[in-house]
Design a protein around this ligand. Sequence first.
Ligand SMILES: [Zn+2]
Ligand SMILES: [Zn+2]
Length: 385
Amino acid sequence: MAAQREWFEKDYYQILGVAKDAAPKDITKAYRKLARESHPDTHPGDAAAEERFKEVSAAYDVLGDEAKRKEYDEVRALGPMGGGFGGGFNPNAGPGGFGGQTFDFNVGADGLGDVLGQMFGRGRRGGGASAAAGPQRGDDLSANLTLDFADAAHGITTTLHLTSDAQCSTCHGSGAKPGTQPKVCSLCGGRGVIDENQGFFSFSSPCRQCHGTGVIVEEPCPTCRGTGIERRPREVQVRIPAGVADGQRIRLKGRGGPGRNGGPAGDLIVECRVTPHRIFGRDGDNLTVRVPITFAEAALGSTIEVPTLDAGPVKLRLKAGTQSGSRHRVRHKGIQTKRSHGDLIVTVDVQVPTELSDEQRQAVESLAAATTSSPRAGLFDAAGR
Ligand SMILES: [Zn+2]
Ligand SMILES: [Zn+2]
């Protein structure tokens, strides 16, 4: 898969001895048989067998992968001699054989531009041959989302507006100014790689001149400045699960940048900001709330109403002698997620009135007179220090 140009030259179906519409399992079966027959381990020193083994492996590398096979079929159907290439493309010409001819392609006229965009646009982002090889996973994208407290608690489906990289709409990813074409790289002859022989071994390395793309853009596209990539606004519908916390990151699989050459899409990572609520707080999946009560309610016991996030108020029974600052649990009035159903934790605060009516003052004075022991007695030892 070093260069897709090989696809024009080699009939992988023929190499594996299978029909063009062969089922994947038959392709695998044929490959296994041929690979076994030509395996270098069973033919030590046999260069022809080794070559055959490489060829079979290369064929299976493409036909054994559903996405690559589809792309291969498309490229083959297009054909090197097809009108789209203006007859100027001879796959067997080899390096230097192009003689400075340019491809005469018709970007965007009939979908051809997309295929060529994939061929020539590949690897531009990475700028190297590693990026030029095979299907690539799309980029992971990140986005920020500010959520209302209640929306975070309940979960929400919302639309994110992102700006992300996409194939340039002006040049369809070729990177060339409209009306001009990328030229076949003179150094590698459009293969994107250079073969270097070092003794027994032969290496392929990315072409220095075209950085593995196989083409040279002489007049760059003004929109993308020759990169073939354009920043474009995009809308993504996302489902934020119930119970997301402030600062939490949610990874949405496959919602990121589009894959290239049949590769899978990247992920979208959404960092959530949750705005505080006027009265409720969060403790994991529990909701928290502070509720003021009177001294009488605390001392005598009482049934009070407390607010909930989702429904109306619910009743909470306080026993006689309830302490200020004590916490009370209302079951299942917290955040309901897939894994649990939180509670509402009510902290009661005994309020001390700042002003008293005459009647209240008299009542409190009577209470004081009837109070014989000090609540601070325990703070001092027998000597009163
Ligand atoms: Zn462009
Ligand atoms: Zn090159």
